[in-house]
Design a binder for this molecule. Structure first.
Ligand code: NAD
Length: 407
């Protein structure tokens, strides 16, 4: 993403820990370690570094093995989407699981023929450092647990894919990024839509200004959640609609413009009072971007909707649905968009695995999750204060604003 630079803490570069060091040396032997030996977090700028998708023949040929993934968090997303996708992948494969007290370890072991030596629990998880079958840990836990297990996986020398939202707040994201950098392991965030052809086209139409400057984006992603007894309704677990689904319209606004917002304002609504405590049920938020685009975005646990509309100087483009697992459909003011339907999770894990094993830059690195969490933090601040939030950025940013936000 291009953007208004946001400066964060500068991390001191330390030698990798033992297990990470081994991986680093192994990657160095392949001549590819540089991508993870990145400099400290500094000014964020630049578009996603990787353009290529598709096959990575080098990984599969010769002495190179496939990349073993261990899933931690064996609930809905792992059971219904990721594990089935890992039966279709060509580079990544399901090598292991990390089962919690609520998970049915036996059923997973039998269904996917997982050897006992590749099955861990939350207590003995750190021993995964010694398991050569497992290259990547995929964190699919409730949001409040992402930081702990990402850092433990990194310290064990494993690459990490972490589900969205990356963590509870931007501060946690920085800790996770630093842990992965210190261990020279890759960190990718599970934003599957970056690997999906319709959304990739929308990024191109917006960022390359194919229809001129983008004037307005309206986007919403929500579902009617009636499972009141789950972690998604608990604040301390990272519940709430903004954390669960709000990051999708936020992502869309950021990847259509290729910019970081200057101003954030937000409001929250309750349609079922008394059903939950402390989490947002329905949230609307508005962003103003440096190029002048206004985005009005919605999320919630109250209704089922999934749409992205973009209005530009010389036309419009839209996806509806835009963020579903299947059936994405789109059109522009010039006609229909037609792309193949893919298995988003399989494409995501194969590309991430290939790039991690080769030490190449990742399409959706941890920094991308951090950029989102900065805005999510601002959304919650705006709800709390009832005022718009000016995002941190270069001095004089306020004067650069293209228009005006009435406070
Ligand atoms: P889930 O509730 O179905 O599963 C949660 C998992 O965490 C289970 O294995 C459970 O045993 C474990 N767990 C450990 N401690 C727990 C606790 N205290 N309470 C509840 N569960 C606990 O959740 P899910 O829908 O699979 O979501 C997991 C993660 O995946 C979340 O971060 C979510 O945002 C993300 N997700 C992403 C997508 C996507 O399209 N990228 C889709 C769904 C979920």
């Amino acid at each position: 993403m291009t953007g208004n630079s946001v400066i964060f803490i500068i991390m001191e570069k330390k030698p990798p820990e033992k297990a990470g060091r081994r991986e680093f040396l192994r990657l160095s032997a392949l001549g590819t370690a540089g991508a993870f030996a990145a400099p400290a977090i500094g000014a964020f700028s630049g578009k996603p570094e990787i353009k290529a998708t598709g096959s990575f023949p080098g990984i599969l040929s010769g002495k190179h093995k496939r990349a073993g993934i261990a899933l931690i968090g064996l609930g809905h997303y792992s059971a219904d989407l990721l594990a089935p996708a890992l039966q279709e992948t060509e580079i990544a494969f399901l090598a292991g699981i990390v089962a919690g007290p609520m998970d049915n370890e036996k059923a997973w072991k039998e269904k996917y023929k997982i050897p006992q030596k590749n099955i861990y629990n939350y207590d003995n998880f750190d021993e995964i450092a010694h398991n050569r079958d497992i290259n990547i840990v995929y964190v699919v836990l409730p949001n409040s647990m992402h930081k702990e297990f990402t850092i433990r996986a990194a310290n064990a020398g494993k690459h990490v894919i972490c589900e969205k939202p990356m963590a509870m707040n931007a501060g946690e994201c920085i800790e996770m990024i630093n842990a992965c950098r210190q261990n020279n392991v890759g960190l990718s965030i599970g934003y599957r839509l970056h690997y999906e052809p319709y959304n990739q086209e929308i990024m191109r139409l917006g960022q390359e200004k194919v229809f001129g400057n983008v004037l307005h984006i309206t986007c919403g992603s929500a579902w009617r959640n009636t499972s009141f007894d789950t972690w998604r309704w608990q604040k301390e677990m990272g519940g709430g609609a903004m954390m669960d689904m709000g990051v999708y319209p936020l992502q869309a606004a950021r990847y259509v413009t290729g910019e970081e917002p200057l101003f954030v304002s937000a409001q929250t609504f309750v349609t079922r009072p008394g059903k939950f405590e402390g989490v947002d049920e329905v949230t609307s938020f508005q962003l103003e971007f440096p190029g002048g685009t206004i985005a009005t975005l919605d999320t919630g646990f109250h209704a089922n909707y999934d749409h992205l509309y973009v209005f530009a100087e010389k036309g419009w483009f839209e996806l509806r649905p835009y963020s579903s697992y299947r059936g994405i459909s789109g059109r522009t003011s010039k006609g229909e968009l037609i792309f193949p339907e893919i298995n988003q999770q399989a494409a995501q894990m194969d590309e991430d695995a290939a790039n991690m094993m080769a030490g190449r830059p990742l399409r959706v690195p941890g920094e991308e999750g951090l950029r989102d969490m900065l805005v999510v933090d601002a959304v919650f601040e705006s709800i709390r204060t009832g005022r718009p939030v000016i995002m941190a950025g270069p001095a004089g940013q306020e004067e650069n604003r293209p228009g005006g936000l009435v406070q």
